[in-house]
Ligand binder design. Structure first.
Ligand code: TXA
Ligand code: MG
Length: 296
């Protein structure tokens, strides 16, 4: 990474494709490897809150959120303080930076020894489901990486929650592993992102999509369809049950790898059972609506 190479890195959420955030050439190679539009900024990963505070202007609310959820699946968008530490290209020219301290042991070991910020978008090619296993990460962008770390399957399986803490109230830019209710306990009720696509370009519709079309809120599969079930009483050859017990954390952890597994059966479509909207369900449904091509 110091030499400008890309490194496949496990985190607790999904696998990332990491590079030195201060090196524009390395950062350009990430956009290239993913086929990612240059207007979509990257998340800077650091070892601890102290390092984050040197890079971003963290106000009291940001520090409170960091203390509550770091290391962990929360990304905080705050004004950039050290523009050299996370280069312009990585921020897509914005005067803000998205920053997080991941919880995965291997990611933390890399960040601690690297010292500076590592930008790491999800390791999928742009528009595809995020990889949650080493094999899936290798299949997506492994050929572009100078090194790859196998950290096993990702425990959370959904990307981090993205919250902006700028002027005015805190805003939820991307629902994720830390739920709205958990955030509200620290900073009060969150405002919505007013201009979704511009504020957090990763929220563009038709994202996280497998090859087969996705049909959401389906009670049962139609002929030729694979089915992602949720809860008891679902069985069959092309049925993948996100959580037989109806547990949202288990469903989140399984979501992307099951979409990929269902896709491999070459179905006419992937039908997905209704998922309750509470807790982690908000983030699961956000990803499903995007996979299905609806704006969330
Ligand atoms: O869990 C995760 O967050 C994973 C792991 C690898 O850490 N990373 C990830 O990165 O999901 P990526 O690049 O796939 O998504 C980053 C999201 C995008 O929606 C992007 O638009 C948003 O963060 N973002 C980045 N910088 C931003 C900024 N300055 N303002 C608003 N949104 C920003
Ligand atoms: Mg992504």
């Amino acid at each position: 990474m110091r030499a400008g190479g890309l490194v496949l890195l496990p985190t607790e959420t999904v696998y990332g494709l990491g590079a030195d955030a201060s090196n524009p050439t390395a950062v350009a190679a990430i956009f290239e490897a993913k086929g990612r539009p240059r207007f979509n900024p990257l998340i800077a990963h650091v070892a601890d809150l102290e390092t984050a505070g040197r890079i971003a202007d963290l106000d009291d609310r940001a520090v409170a959120l960091a203390r509550a959820f770091w290391p962990g699946p929360l990304t905080i968008v705050a004004p950039i303080k050290d523009a050299g530490a996370v280069c312009d290209l990585a921020r897509a020219g914005l005067d803000t930076v998205a920053i997080r301290v991941p919880g995965h042991r291997l990611a933390r070991a890399v960040l601690e020894s690297f010292g500076g910020a590592v930008v790491a978008p999800s390791a999928n090619r742009s528009g595809r489901p995020s990889p949650t296993t080493f094999a899936d990460a290798m299949a997506e962008t492994g050929d572009k990486a100078a090194a790859a770390l196998d950290g096993g399957p990702c425990a959370v399986g959904l990307e981090s929650t993205v919250v902006s803490v700028l002027e005015g109230e805190a805003r939820l830019l991307r629902p994720g592993a830390v739920t709205r209710a958990e955030l509200a306990r620290i900073v009060g009720p969150l405002a919505e992102a007013e201009d979704d696509a511009k504020r957090s370009p990763g929220r563009l519709a038709l994202h996280y999509a497998p090859d087969a079309p996705v049909r959401i809120n389906a009670r049962a599969p139609e002929a030729g369809e694979a089915f992602l079930a949720f809860g008891p009483d679902a069985e069959g050859p092309t049925i993948f049950n996100l959580s037989p017990t109806g547990d949202l954390a288990e469903a989140a952890a399984n979501l992307f790898s099951f979409l990929r597994a269902a896709d491999r059966t070459k179905p006419s479509a992937i039908a997905v059972a209704p998922i309750p909207e509470d807790g982690l369900g908000e983030a699961i449904n956000d990803r499903l609506r995007r996979a299905a091509g609806f704006i969330g």
